[in-house]
Design a protein around this ligand. Structure first.
Ligand code: URA
Length: 434
């Protein structure tokens, strides 16, 4: 087999066999296929696409490229949840302890934030000492003992994806649904859970800017999951405005804790209930959605979800001395209001721009290696559909870099579209694909 011939075959719109795809993935991961040939191949895929069979073969080859976690020694069902990434998305921090408090194991691999979207691992590091590099043994032990573990990215799971994704990132070949689906699913399959619930974000603050693309990605991932004998469900949720009010690592932890205490914003609360319902039903813990919802709501009102969160943070080495007073985790030198210069209803918020403002404040990474300021971020006091008075504080910014203040205030003000006519709040859950 020659890489040249396989690039040509794809360029001409041909379908690659499983063994051809294995050859490419193995060759590139091991270094016998150079970056320039893999780049050409990825660009051919970008333009010609992959069939379902090719996408599945690619996912399988990337899953098999490294270690696969074997969670079979943990009694009971193991669930994992993945978000395609959004602004203010702190769902895992709420959902994982809710589910674990109801007796379903959560075995979750999470990532760091990049660009406008945050990562769970950075958020969890707001607790000093929190260990996001558990060994496989520690990961499994924690799940056995407390029903939950969340780990950072490891080099050993799906190393082919890591190498290919890095190349896609610099060759303008990220935005292909089959490549995204196989990349995400290879990591999820290597992580070993029985149930995979995917929160596919759709809107201006998400990877998938419209519902059509989000739906296509959801279908591809669900197909891959099912073909791999995993219960896989995708929920398509709105990301045309940030989720909740708080954006930025420690600020999101604060909002997650409020939500675990039953006092969180409606959109975050409802999304956690929707995702949790899918997990409870798939695990056979609830016979229908109504029962699942009752169980999930009870975990918040009776305090078991919040207790599980504390246990989880403590077990992974996090300092919980400020957990009941989490604003102490937000050590920003400057806190400034953002004042509205007009009056009316919020018709829309440019979600991507809010993510960018948060990144400029220091809460996100411009590139993979930049540091994050865990205390920086934004609290939005007004969301789509709300009424704003002139001179009212629509947002508050938290930061340590004095020089970015004016730029960020302008970005936030320009992100809000305020009109005279009353506006509807957007629908949060768009579709569920099973
Ligand atoms: N996230 C991933 O893990 N892979 C992609 O290709 C895109 C987003």
């Amino acid at each position: 087999m020659r890489m040249y011939d396989l690039i040509l075959k794809k360029r001409e719109g041909g379908c690659l066999t499983e063994s051809e795809i294995n050859y490419i993935v193995k060759g590139y991961t091991q270094g016998s296929i150079p970056d320039y040939q893999m780049s050409a191949f990825l660009m051919a895929v970008y333009f010609k696409g992959l069939s379902d069979e090719e996408t599945f073969a690619l996912t399988k080859a990337m899953t098999e490229s490294g270690e696969k976690l074997d969670l079979s020694c943990i009694p009971g069902v193991k669930a994992d949840k993945h978000s395609t990434g959004g602004v203010g998305d702190k769902t895992t921090l709420v959902l994982a302890p809710m589910i674990a408090s109801l007796g379903i194991n959560i075995a979750k691999m999470s990532g760091r934030g990049l660009g406008n979207t945050g990562g769970t691992i950075d958020k969890l590091e707001s607790f000093p000492g929190f260990n996001t590099s558990l060994t496989n043994e520690q990961f499994i032990e924690n799940i056995k003992h407390i029903g939950i573990a969340v780990n950072g990215p490891t080099l050993s799971l799906a190393p082919a994806d890591k190498k290919i994704y890095a190349l896609r990132d610099v060759t303008a070949t990220v935005e292909n649904v089959s490549l995204i689906a196989s990349s995400i699913m290879s990591k999820k399959l290597a992580a070993g859970a029985d149930i995979i619930v995917l929160d596919v974000k759709s809107g201006s603050g998400a990877f998938m800017k419209n519902e059509h693309d989000a739906l296509q990605l959801a279908h591809e991932m669900v197909k891959i999951g099912k073909a791999s004998n995993k219960q896989t469900i995708a929920v398509i949720s709105d990301m045309n405005q940030p989720l909740g009010h708080n954006i930025g690592n420690a600020l999101e932890v604060v909002e997650a804790i409020e939500t675990l205490k039953g006092k969180g914003p409606a959109d975050l609360h409802n999304l956690c209930i929707a995702l949790g319902t899918q997990i409870l039903e798939a695990a056979g813990k609830a016979s229908d959605a109504a029962q699942a919802k009752d169980m999930l709501e009870s975990s918040l009102t009776n305090g078991t979800a919040y207790s599980k969160f504390k246990e989880f943070i403590k077990t992974q080495g996090g300092d919980i001395s400020n957990i009941d007073n989490p604003m102490k985790l937000v050590n920003a030198s400057y806190i400034e209001p953002v004042i509205s210069n007009s009056e009316g209803y919020v018709e829309s918020i440019e979600c991507e721009q809010i993510g960018r403002a948060s990144m400029i404040l220091g809460a996100g990474r411009k590139d993979k290696d930049s540091p994050v300021d865990l205390s920086a971020g934004i609290v939005l006091h007004k969301k789509t559909g709300d009424f704003v008075n002139k001179n009212e504080e629509i947002a508050t910014i938290y930061f340590n870099k004095k020089e970015v203040k004016n730029d960020v205030i302008n970005i936030i003000l320009n992100s809000y579209k305020i009109v005279d006519k009353k506006c509807e709040k957007p629908e949060l859950i768009k579709q569920i694909i099973k």
